[in-house]
Design a binder for this molecule. Structure first.
Ligand SMILES: [Zn+2]
Length: 223
C-alpha cells in the first residue's frame, strides 16, 4: 500500500531546481517541517515500514545534520521527517570530529546532499562541562571537553552557558567547513550551504544563525 501524504511535494525541493538553487530550497523544506512540528501539526511522513522498504536499495537524503547526541534533540522529529529524508550525524557536544567530517563528506560527495545544518542547542551538557574545569572526566570525555574549553577560551572568560552554547554552534559549523577541502569546494561552487541552527529547549524553536562563508584561498596567479 502506498503511504498516504504528500510524498511528491516533499521531493520537490530537489526535482525542479538547478544545483545552485537546491541549498535554499532544501532549507525552506526543513523550515516548513519544523514549523509543522512547532504548530503541533506534524505529518510524521515517511515513517512507515513501506517507506523503509522503499529506501532499502538506496538512500537519497535531502539534507544532512550535525547535531548533539542529547536525547532532547531528536533531529527527525524536529524537522517532521522520516526514513531516508535526513543524513544525521550526532555526537556529544555537536563536535566537528574527524568521524563527523568524514560522514558529512560522504553525504555531500556521494549522496549529493546540498545542505548541512549544524544544530547546537540550549543547555548542552558537553559545553556545560567545558565551563567547569573542576569536573573529573574519563580520558575520552576529557579530550572532547578540553577541545571545547580551548574553543570557548577564544571568546574570553566568564561566558554564560547559553552564550557558550551559541558560540560553539557557530564554531562547529565553521570548523566543519574549514577542515574539509571537499565541503569548501562545494560551498564555493554554490552547490552546498552549511547553516548553523540553535535549538531552544524552552520554546522548542530552532533559531537560524546564518550560514558559513568559506575562506577564500588564493590560487596561483591570483592577487
Ligand atoms: Zn548537547
Amino acid at each position: 500500500m502506498a503511504e498516504a501524504g504528500n510524498d511528491s511535494d516533499r521531493l520537490d525541493p530537489l526535482s525542479h531546481h538547478e544545483p545552485e538553487e537546491r541549498p535554499a530550497a532544501v532549507l525552506t523544506w526543513l523550515q516548513q517541517g519544523h514549523e509543522r512540528f512547532l504548530q503541533g501539526h506534524s505529518l510524521h511522513p515517511h515513517s512507515t515500514r513501506e517507506r523503509m522498504q522503499a529506501v532499502i536499495e538506496g538512500q537519497h537524503p535531502l539534507a544532512a545534520v550535525l547535531g548533539c547526541a542529547d536525547s532532547r534533540v531528536p533531529v527527525e522529529l524536529l524537522f517532521d521527517s522520516g526514513f531516508g529524508d535526513l543524513f544525521v550525524v550526532r555526537n556529544a557536544g555537536t563536535m566537528s570530529t574527524t568521524a563527523a567530517i568524514a560522514s558529512l563528506e560522504y553525504a555531500v560527495g556521494h549522496l549529493d546532499v546540498p545542505l548541512i545544518v549544524v544544530l547546537g542547542h540550549e543547555g548542552c551538557g558537553a559545553v556545560s562541562a567545558a565551563l567547569h574545569p573542576e569536573l573529573l572526566l574519563t580520558p575520552s570525555l576529557s579530550q572532547v571537553v578540553g577541545q571545547l574549553r580551548m574553543e570557548l577560551l577564544q571568546y574570553g572568560d566568564h561566558r554564560s552557558l547559553e552564550e557558550s552554547c551559541r558560540r560553539h554552534t557557530l564554531s562547529a559549523a565553521g570548523n566543519l567547513v574549514h577542515s574539509s577541502v571537499l565541503l569548501t569546494d562545494r560551498l564555493r561552487a554554490g552547490h552546498l550551504a552549511v547553516v548553523a541552527g540553535y535549538y531552544d529547549l524552552h520554546s522548542s524553536r530552532i533559531e537560524w544563525m546564518g550560514d558559513v562563508t568559506p575562506v577564500r584561498y588564493r590560487g596561483a596567479g591570483e592577487r
